[in-house]
Design a protein around this ligand. Structure first.
Ligand SMILES: Nc1ncnc2c1ncn2[C@@H]1O[C@H](COP(=O)(O)OP(=O)(O)OP(=O)(O)O)[C@@H](O)[C@H]1O
Length: 224
């Protein structure tokens, strides 16, 4: 039986105030990219956090790479989490650590590489995003766009198969936002699947699908 790279099946999520996500279903194949749009409060960030395995779900299931990685009462796939990278709107860079330390941290925590090698991989990732010269600076010494790149570098340093982006251009000027879109285009072209939540219009030829929340339902369409 064919199984999708990522399959969200009848997902339901409730907080104390009631159901936030109800019966959400869609799938994505490897290398495809998805833009998610919808009015404020409709549950976009919650959906992304469920897919990132940061949030337990109350109904349905999430299948990733052929494995059920999340179902009610069971959120237990540490190996799958390592294959998913996420950049949050607030970035969450550690202010007391240099850019290089921030980016290398996921590798240090995995302890599967010698520290020096982890630092080399982190430097390479910074170079890929054009901010290798900022490696020894602290996040508050960087511009908004450079901080965005540092957060992207940290999310990409362990070569995730799926990258989740939550409103990462919201605080950037149009030109810097456009540059970040260009970086994400390259990431998608290199074969990583990307799901990007945004309010902004981000025209690009690279999106495969768009998922919109309209009239109380989630609808997935071809982007073009
Ligand atoms: N941890 C939580 N506990 C209780 N309610 C929450 C929690 N996280 C989110 N919510 C509620 O869930 C709803 C959806 O929030 P979410 O952040 O997913 O929306 P969103 O579509 O991403 O909004 P925005 O576009 O404004 O960022 C909101 O009503 C929010 O108050």
């Amino acid at each position: 039986m064919h199984s999708s790279f990522l399959s969200i099946e009848n997902l339901g999520k409730r907080f104390s105030r009631g159901n936030i996500l109800e019966d959400v279903s869609f799938s994505l194949e490897k290398g495809e990219s998805l833009l998610i749009q919808g009015k404020s409060g409709c549950g976009k960030t919650t959906l992304l956090r469920c897919i990132a395995l940061l949030e337990a779900i109350d109904r349905g299931q999430i299948v990733f790479n052929g494995n059920v990685v999340s179902k009610p009462g069971c959120l237990d796939r540490p190996n799958s989490r390592l294959e998913i990278g996420m950049v949050f709107q607030q970035l969450y860079l550690w202010s007391h650590m240099t850019v290089l330390e921030n980016v290398a941290l996921p590798l240090w925590l995995r302890r599967d590489r010698h520290k020096n090698l982890a630092d080399e991989v982190a430097k390479y990732q910074l170079a890929q995003l054009g901010i290798e010269d900022k490696a020894n600076e602290y996040p508050n010494q960087l511009s908004g766009g450079q901080r965005q790149r540092a957060a992207l570098a940290r999310a990409l340093v362990h070569s995730p198969k799926l990258l989740l982006l939550d409103e990462i251009t919201a605080n950037l000027d149009p030109e810097t936002a456009y540059n970040v879109v260009g970086i994400v285009e390259k990431i998608i072209e290199a074969g990583t699947s990307v799901i990007w939540v945004t309010h902004s219009d981000l025209p690009s030829t690279i999106w495969s699908y768009i998922l919109r929340f309209e009239n109380g339902t989630w609808i997935k369409d071809k982007y073009h």
